[in-house]
Ligand binder design. Structure first.
Ligand code: GLN
Length: 464
């Protein structure tokens, strides 16, 4: 299909699915012989582009055009990829259903238009639908606590979150910077691998970019041909639906039949991961979002504020942020401000940081390969496992009606129970669709040791 036809088809699809917040007007390949020559890409709208708006699906940034482009976008263009448009998301990346957005919810493309519309998952719901429905060859998302893997699982596409620090975060608008990771969504595993190769570069402008030394150590490791697969006791909640459990078991059985070995492992800190994640991510978001005050960035309550007409400047800030941010973002800013406050810091934020460290060492204890971040632990554990395989989500995508009827925001947070732990430890993880043809999408997640992205991708090739 030619480019013009592709764009017409995309515009048409988008009317129903609402996956894109903007569509490009010019389509020129910067490198017609590059490794991604003429591949179409959609970019999540919290990643800066200089020719299309970057809105974070927020009223506070509705017309914002960034003066510079994210490093990951520049690298893709240099490799020949063509940007088709920007993808809808939960505002600033906060959510699991792509309903917290100033642009209207995204509709899951995996279900027939005749059936009740289903959530695309979030926060990279637009990216997942764009990739799953063929609007692009691949999409970029961001994954802070599961936002690439969960929507990929709900929409029936692949979602890869590499090790934290491998892909530059320069130009990625921060939600929770110690967790935010750029991820790749596509229907094709080889495309995911090729895009990762292009983006996996040290960036001197990103203070959290892994140094060449650490990258070399990670790359020197060759994954074994027959894998030791861990089955974490704590990733088997009772509310996993029967069909998800069945597919998960079938995949493990097939891996076993192919000569890989399965072991039960225990990661005792996992049950505390969800609350730890929500404490740390909200704390970081409250600090990151303070810049959207209508002066430095973002929507202003009035064009030329006459601050004197307000009782004090705080009221003006409050009015600006009330109208600029949606309910979920304001809720998280409040939660995070509380856990960073003098009275709650020790009992909340400091505790969460301790649990995070404990979780990281729990992971280090079960993996065969050493964690490249810890030189004194260079040998790893001979009896450890190479990867973990768990479901990505407990069920398939709920209907949008069910999402809007959810009684409390806490119920929505529970969706992330299986995805947040790898983010807290910075580990690579991929979600792979595993439903039978004609069935609703469900998926398994493969998690590897820090820096062992190649092991995760290799296991994904075995499973696919
Ligand atoms: N659903 C999680 C949250 O709301 C994860 C979001 C993400 O990964 N950006 O925070």
């Amino acid at each position: 299909m030619g480019l013009t036809d592709h764009i017409c088809k995309t515009v048409d699809l988008n009317k129903r699915l609402n996956a894109l917040t903007s569509i490009s007007k010019t389509f020129v390949s910067a490198n017609i012989s590059g490794p991604l020559a003429n591949k179409y890409v959609v970019i999540k709208d919290n990643i800066c582009t200089s020719d299309l708006p970057t809105t974070c699906a927020s009223n506070s940034l509705r017309d914002y055009i960034s003066p510079y482009e994210a490093t990951c976008v520049t690298l893709l263009k240099r490799a020949g990829a063509i940007v088709i448009g920007k993808a809808n998301l939960d505002e600033f990346g906060m959510g699991s259903t792509n309903t917290n957005t100033a642009f209207g919810h995204v509709v899951n493309s995996a279900y027939s238009p005749q059936s009740p519309p289903r959530t695309a998952g979030g926060s990279s719901g637009g990216s997942a639908v764009a990739a799953a429905s063929g609007m692009c060859d691949f999409a970029l998302g961001t994954d802070t606590g599961g936002s690439v893997r969960l929507p990929a699982a709900y929409c029936g596409t692949i979602g890869f979150k590499p090790t934290y620090g491998l892909i530059s975060r320069v130009g990625v608008i921060a939600y929770a910077q110690s967790l935010d990771t750029v991820g790749i969504l596509s229907n094709d595993l080889e495309t995911v691998t090729n895009v990762f190769k292009v983006l996996n570069q040290y960036d001197p402008k990103d203070p959290t970019s892994l140094t060449s030394d650490i990258r070399r150590k990670a790359e020197d490791y060759k994954p074994p041909r027959k894998l030791r697969i861990g089955l974490p006791l704590e990733c088997n909640p009772s509310d996993i639906s029967p069909i998800v459990r069945q597919k998960w078991t079938e995949i493990l059985q097939a891996m076993h039949n192919d000569g890989h070995k399965i072991y039960q492992v225990s990661i005792p800190t996992i049950p505390a991961a969800l609350s730890t994640y929500y404490c740390i991510s909200t704390a970081e978001c409250s600090s990151n979002l303070s810049r959207f005050d209508g002066i430095r960035y973002g929507y202003r309550d009035v064009d030329e504020p006459d601050v004197a007409s307000y009782e004090d400047a705080n009221l003006w800030y409050a009015a600006t942020r009330l109208k600029g941010f949606g309910d979920e973002v304001r809720r998280r800013v409040l939660l995070g401000t509380y856990s960073l406050s003098a009275g709650a810091y020790n009992s909340h934020f400091a505790q969460a940081m301790k649990v995070r460290r404990k979780l990281q060492s729990d992971f280090d204890r079960i993996f065969r390969a050493a964690n490249v971040l810890h030189p004194n632990q260079e040998k790893g554990h001979q009896d450890g496992v190479d990867i973990l395989i768990t479901p990505t989500t407990t069920t398939s995508a709920p209907t949008l009606h069910d999402v809007y009827s959810t009684a409390s925001p806490i119920d929505a947070y529970v969706n992330d129970v299986l995805t947040v732990a790898p983010n807290l430890a910075g580990l690579p993880a991929i979600s792979l669709p595993c439903q039978s043809p004609g069935e609703p999408p469900i998926a398994v997640q493969i998690v590897g040791q820090f820096g062992k992205d190649e092991t995760v991708l290799q296991c994904a090739r075995y499973v696919s």
